[in-house]
Write a protein that binds this ligand. Structure first.
Ligand code: PNS
Length: 157
């Protein structure tokens, strides 16, 4: 079974990486799919985010990294994936995630959303929190994969 793990990953965090690693034990293949969203002004370009995710998932042989535009279900169909993988951190995630899962199911009933509970130590963590801390010169070593730290330092230098 092929699972898509869609998201913005701007930037990828240790919470995302934990979901990818655990998901890679559950599915034949995981495709980490970075959404190209022209209406958002990201910190890192899609190309940079792809490179960052590739660097920190290279130890996982059944993980592929890609980008897509448009609807996630259309991309899933194109990749012959039948599962959307998402992490759930806290109760406040649930409403948005449930709405997305239901919406996606109305668009294509061949898709199932599978939620993994985020590891306890990352339940507070988001890409926005990382950006907020890094912007003010704080330490994010414990929040993102070591291989992307240089990119973050360079961005705010
Ligand atoms: O990391 P994020 O920003 O929480 O990821 C959200 C994402 C990319 C999974 C979601 O916005 C998405 O699937 N966007 C693609 C457009 C789409 O398919 N919309 C219908 C589902 S609500």
């Amino acid at each position: 079974m092929i699972a898509i793990y869609p998201g913005s990953f701007d930037p990828i965090t240790l919470g995302h990486l934990d979901i990818i690693e655990r998901g890679s034990h559950l599915f034949e293949q995981i495709i980490v799919a970075v959404l190209c969203n022209p209406s958002k002004q990201p910190m890192f370009s899609v190309e940079t985010r792809l490179a960052q995710i590739q660097r920190c998932t290279q130890h996982l042989t059944n993980v592929k990294v890609d980008s897509f535009m448009g609807l996630t279900v259309d991309y899933a169909k194109q990749q012959q994936a039948t599962v959307l993988l998402r992490g759930l951190r806290v109760l406040s995630d649930f409403e948005k995630e449930l709405q997305m899962a239901h919406t996606n199911q109305t668009l294509w009933d061949g898709i199932e959303t599978v939620f993994l509970a985020t590891a306890k130590e990352y339940s507070f963590l988001s890409s926005s929190i990382v950006k907020e801390i890094a912007k003010f010169g704080g330490n994010v070593n414990h929040l993102v994969p070591a291989s992307i730290l240089d990119d973050i330092c360079l961005y705010y230098r």
